[in-house]
Write a protein of this length. Structure first.
Length: 635
């Protein structure tokens, strides 16, 4: 014991000598032993950079790494010689330097800034090559493809087959795999993996889909296991189909996590021929209602499997029948991050098809570019309404549909209303390069200095308020989504009828919302994040409007005086409640049920969840009859 104590004493003295040497060696402002930054600090980043370089300590880094705030944002805000169109896309970018100082409460915030630094450097390297004489097409290579097909993919063995997904997945993307389960074990895996980072060489597994025809440690019957994996959190909680607890069958995109028809039994698969099916029917297990149960895979029989990305998760169909659903679990496990499909195990792979992939519209094929370009707006230009649209980098087609649809309203084209898409960077360099071409072409995108994650939408809300009050000066400021159709004419008329120009929150108001306390929910909120039983009144995200004074207060107070809350629409309600409490704001909550949150209703002001085809259909109906009819309605 005494020997151990002496060793500690010697070691401590040695560390003190090293520390003293480091302090003497480095002048103040260069020492690596800097004081940690306090998250939510009101000190602007410029001041921090002039003093001792701060550090950020965050739970998002394993091994308690300490990162310099100056290093974290270095390169993101350096002035560059961009074109006028490019500079116009960074009007809010330069006003968001302080984000790193108040990242607490937003999962993946520091990671998103760190990843953006890498993505921005890669993108600006392309600028330099173009400036030095290279063609942008030479630098970029091929565009993001909409369709990938690999036919007669045989002979890969247990080592597996990998298909690169160049620009990620979006809602509606699908991966179809045709193969025959084989081998002694009858076990195969399909994995959707993300981008790897230099400090995390093993990429995250966004979906691990494991078919075990011979069962496993928990069952002798065939089973499907779904899961995720990350370096930080290792494997998540397994989701099994059939589930050990049939009553715990959650819904994902209104589909069961496990189809109730799926059962283990003796592993017999329903045959395609009627006679084979009849002969097996009596021996097959049944569910509680008496319906026949079956397992969708059988050794030696062809299977057609399709993974499709939905709003809330990823669905799997086998031979045209829905089998499983898997909810998106974490912000760093979203489909847009998928970069590869990996297939391995006892599956004789025949073909693989990826369709509905995100792709930009080639400029050579766009005949109406001039009609789609935004009107340049001088700084502090007065507007009746500014509309900020949430979009992600690879949602090219959604933005094009919005440009061709409700951005063609007269009020938008004549400059009374301005619309801008607020888009974060992507981890994939090809997506960013396509996005940059779009920025230069249409002039309606505001780039964000972070990589897009669902939990960081609150930062975009702040950016919209900054643009609507500091870049331009709008009477009203609106937030909407790129899958929402907005009847701009009726929205303006409705706002005028309210006759409220100060303290306004307009939209589909929720007065008694209770936080989701289940960790399985996409909108899960812990007691630490929000300890109260209900939220203050808030308006649903597909389309809400605030008056200029509220937007201005958000823009001014965002540097450390706003609670950073990961549900952006609820966050606006929280901020307004804080303004009422702190500053005596008199707020008018104007409920508009025609801001429809779940699709389309006749007479809508905002229709949510509209895909690009539906968006153009709604616009055609407006042009034909100036009426708000949904596309599924009878003519």
């Amino acid at each position: 014991m005494k020997k151990w104590s002496g060793g500690v004493l010697i070691g401590s003295l040695f560390m003190l000598l090293i520390l003293r040497y480091a302090v003497m060696k480095n002048p103040i402002g260069e020492t690596q032993f800097s004081v940690p930054i306090v998250l939510n600090s009101t000190m602007p980043l410029e001041s921090l950079q002039d003093a001792v370089p701060p550090t950020i300590q965050t739970q998002e880094y394993a091994n308690n790494q300490v990162i310099s705030a100056h290093k974290l944002v270095s390169g993101l805000f350096r002035k560059r010689n961009f074109t006028r169109e490019a500079q116009s896309s960074l009007l809010t970018w330069s006003r968001m330097k302080d984000l790193v100082s108040y990242s607490q409460g937003l999962p993946n915030a520091v990671v998103a800034i760190r990843e953006a630094r890498v993505a921005w450097k890669n993108l600006t390297d392309v600028f330099e090559k173009v400036k030095n004489g290279s063609s942008i097409h030479e630098v970029k290579g091929k565009q993001c493809p909409n369709f990938l097909n690999r036919i007669n993919v045989t002979g890969h063995g247990d080592s597996g087959y990998n298909l690169s997904i160049p620009c990620g997945l979006v809602q509606g993307s699908s991966i179809t795999i045709i193969g025959i389960p084989n081998g002694l074990l009858g076990e195969f895996q399909i994995e959707l993996t993300g981008e790897s980072l230099p400090e995390e060489p093993d990429p995250p597994i966004i979906l691990h889909y494991n078919v075990r025809l011979q069962g496993d440690k928990l069952t002798d019957s065939p089973v499907i296991v779904q899961n995720t994996w990350t370096t930080a959190d290792d494997w998540g909680e397994e989701e099994r189909c059939p589930s050990p607890d049939p009553s715990d069958n959650k819904k994902v995109d209104e589909l069961n996590q496990c189809n109730e028809m799926v059962g283990g039994g003796d592993g017999l698969k329903v045959m395609e021929s009627e006679s084979s099916y009849s002969s097996l029917r009596s021996s097959m297990p049944r569910n509680r209602s008496g319906a026949v149960r079956y397992f969708p895979f059988k050794q030696g029989y062809l299977s057609v499997m399709t993974l499709r990305v939905g709003e809330e998760g990823i669905q799997m169909t086998v031979d045209g029948k829905h089998i499983t659903s898997f909810a998106i679990r974490e912000v760093n496990l979203e489909p847009w991050l998928v970069s590869e499909v990996k297939i391995s195990g006892n599956l004789e792979l025949i073909s693989i098809l990826a369709s509905g992939l995100p792709t930009s519209e080639g400029l050579d094929n766009t005949v109406d570019i001039e009609a789609l370009r935004s009107i340049p707006l001088p700084l502090h230009h007065p507007l009746d309404l500014f509309m900020g649209v949430f979009s992600t980098a690879n949602n090219f087609r959604r933005r094009m549909a919005v440009r061709r649809a409700w951005m063609q309203y007269h009020a938008v084209k004549n400059g009374a209303v301005a619309v801008r898409f607020f888009v974060g960077l992507h981890k994939n360099h090809r997506v960013n390069e396509e996005l940059w071409s779009e920025v230069q072409t249409y002039g309606d995108i505001q780039l964000m200095p972070f990589v897009d994650y669902y939990s960081l939408l609150t930062w975009k809300t702040i950016a919209i308020c900054i643009f609507g009050t500091e870049v331009v000066s709008a009477k009203y400021v609106m937030k909407t989504d790129d899958d929402a159709f907005v009847r701009v004419d009726e929205l303006l008329a409705s706002l005028n009828r309210t006759n409220v120009t100060n303290g306004l929150l307009y939209g589909l108001i929720n007065y008694e919302a209770i936080p989701h306390r289940s960790p399985d929910s996409k909108w899960y909120i812990s007691m630490e994040e929000w300890p109260e039983y209900i939220y203050p009144p808030w308006a649903h995200g597909p389309g809400y409007v605030v008056s200029h004074d509220i937007a201005k207060a958000v823009a001014k107070r965002h540097k450390g005086h706003l609670k950073m809350f990961k549900l952006e629409d609820v966050a606006m309600g929280i901020w307004i409640a804080e303004m009422v409490k702190d500053g005596g704001l008199r707020v008018s909550y104007v409920n508009e049920p025609r801001v429809y949150n779940e699709g389309c209703i006749e007479g809508y002001v905002v229709a949510h969840y509209q895909n690009p085809r539906e968006m153009l259909c709604l616009w055609q109906k407006v042009k034909d009859g100036s009426i708000a009819k949904c596309c599924e309605d009878d003519e």
